[in-house]
Design a binder for this molecule. Structure first.
Ligand code: EPZ
Length: 421
């Protein structure tokens, strides 16, 4: 397993370009299952999760050509509406094929995604919505079996603003007979982006980005050619890296509205975040020069849970104590013991972490446990005295396109140590 070695203490300067959004690309690739037409997606990030999704589409029979940043899918050749455990266990987002397959093929067999490092993450809302649209759902041998000759429109009240739940049901409703309304829908930019693509394919989705989405079902959808939005979480990770290490960085491609839920908090801590042509500029004296502030994660437009770990790295050196409350996932503090091994002073009480700012971090060998926790450890390594080694970076490669190749030109002393073959 590859690792990253980082020598800390170097400020960051220059420009870094943001790739396409992972959490938009994954549902959008699944949308290609809704049509026989050819789909071309551009600005698709070069990530392990995209490869896994492509493997899943191929498993079903969909011709899928991945030439990053472009992916082409021919949904017409789907013969096997199934998502096997071997692929779903690698990536929970595989569950996003469920809605499109039932809607397009009248049946689907999808492995239930198990729990993951950050929480139990059930899919009851996805299943509840499909049942409301008339699907017969059975669970057998770890698989969801869903059947319905033709889904019908329904009014669905979601118990929480689930992102992939909203996306799955939006795709299913696009080909249902009649009108569906999703009440309590997620409002993330990636949900809006999926609605944009569905409408380009001939769907009739209204209200994406609000908590009530209306979908008027149509009989067929056609192919599409679409360039995917930039990744706000990757953008945020670079913004926090610059804020923590200190320096002056232009994050090219960052969409100000998409990152506002956390760039606003960065400004409160004392980071200078300014709009510039094509992106956002971050100027910072380094984490030691910043104020500790509190954050509570919440669905969009609240503070994104996918930025919590990175923000905590920033707060480890800030002046004072910061209270970090994780309200979305029940187990998303796996990075805390690793940060404390680097000399941070963080106490966890259930879903609340109290981060007492310290004078400095010291390097150590640390273990990545999930995607965003690994990004947090990379950021801590940028400021720790000495050489930090982040192990198990395969977590990182799921959601960041060659992060070391993007950070090194900014002045970071970072390199990848390839696993011995
Ligand atoms: C999406 O996951 C993202 N993944 C996650 O990003 C992100 O952390 C999460 O949304 C929240 O923003 C993708 O888009 C592929 P949820 P998702 O359903 O859809 C509970 C990353 O780092 N819930 O919005 O799986 C659930 O347990 C990843 O890129 C139910 O109880 O998250 C959680 O506590 C990690 N029943 C909460 O809702 C359901 O049926 C929010 O989960 C669905 C969800």
């Amino acid at each position: 397993m590859d690792s990253l070695v980082i020598e800390g203490g170097f400020p960051l300067h220059g420009t870094v370009r943001v790739s396409g959004a992972k959490n938009a690309a994954l549902p959008i690739l699944c949308a290609s299952l809704l049509t026989d037409g050819a789909c071309t997606f551009r600005n698709v990030p070069r990530l392990r999760d995209v490869e896994t999704m492509a493997a899943l589409l191929r498993f079903m029979g969909a011709e899928t050509v991945v030439e990053p940043p472009q992916v082409q899918v021919a949904g017409a050749s789907v013969r096997r509406p199934e998502a096997p455990y071997e692929l779903v266990k690698k990536m929970r987002a595989s569950v996003l094929v469920l809605g499109p397959l039932v809607a397009r093929h009248g049946r689907a067999k999808v492995s239930l995604p198990g729990g993951c490092a950050i929480g139990a993450r059930p899919i009851d809302q996805h299943l509840k919505g499909l049942e409301a649209m008339g699907a017969k759902i059975t669970l057998e041998h770890g698989y969801v079996l869903a059947e319905c000759a033709r889904l019908k429109g329904a009014s669905i009240q979601l118990d929480m603003a689930t992102v992939t739940g909203t996306e799955n049901l939006m795709m299913a409703a696009a080909l249902a007979k009649g009108r569906t309304q999703l009440v309590g829908a997620a409002k993330e930019p990636e949900v809006e982006e999926l609605a944009r693509v569905l409408n380009k394919m001939g769907a009739r989705v209204d209200g994406a980005g609000t908590d009530i989405i209306h979908i008027e079902g149509v009989d067929t959808l056609h192919g599409v050619d679409h360039a995917i939005i930039p990744d706000r979480i990757e953008a945020g990770t670079f913004m926090i890296a610059a804020a923590t290490a200190g320096g002056d960085v232009l994050v090219e491609g960052a969409v100000p509205e998409h990152v506002e839920p956390f760039s606003g908090r960065m400004r409160t801590a004392g980071v200078e975040v300014t709009r510039e042509e094509g992106g956002l500029r971050v100027r910072s004296p380094g984490a030691r020069g910043l104020r500790a502030i509190d954050i509570t994660t919440a669905p969009h437009p609240g503070f994104p849970t996918d930025m919590q770990a990175q923000f905590m790295a920033l707060m480890t050196l800030a002046q004072g104590a910061s209270v970090v409350t994780e309200s979305v996932f029940e187990n998303r503090f796996m990075h805390v013991p690793e940060l404390n091994r680097m000399g941070a002073n963080i106490e966890v009480r259930g879903r609340v972490a109290i981060v007492n700012g310290v004078d400095g971090l010291s390097s150590a060998a640390v273990m990545a446990t999930d995607l965003r926790a690994s990004a947090c450890l990379v950021i801590a390594g940028l400021v720790a005295t000495g050489q930090t080694e982040v192990l198990r970076v395969y977590h990182l490669d799921r959601g960041y396109e060659a992060i070391e190749a993007k950070l090194a030109p900014l002045g970071a002393r970072i390199r990848r140590v390839r696993a011995a073959t």
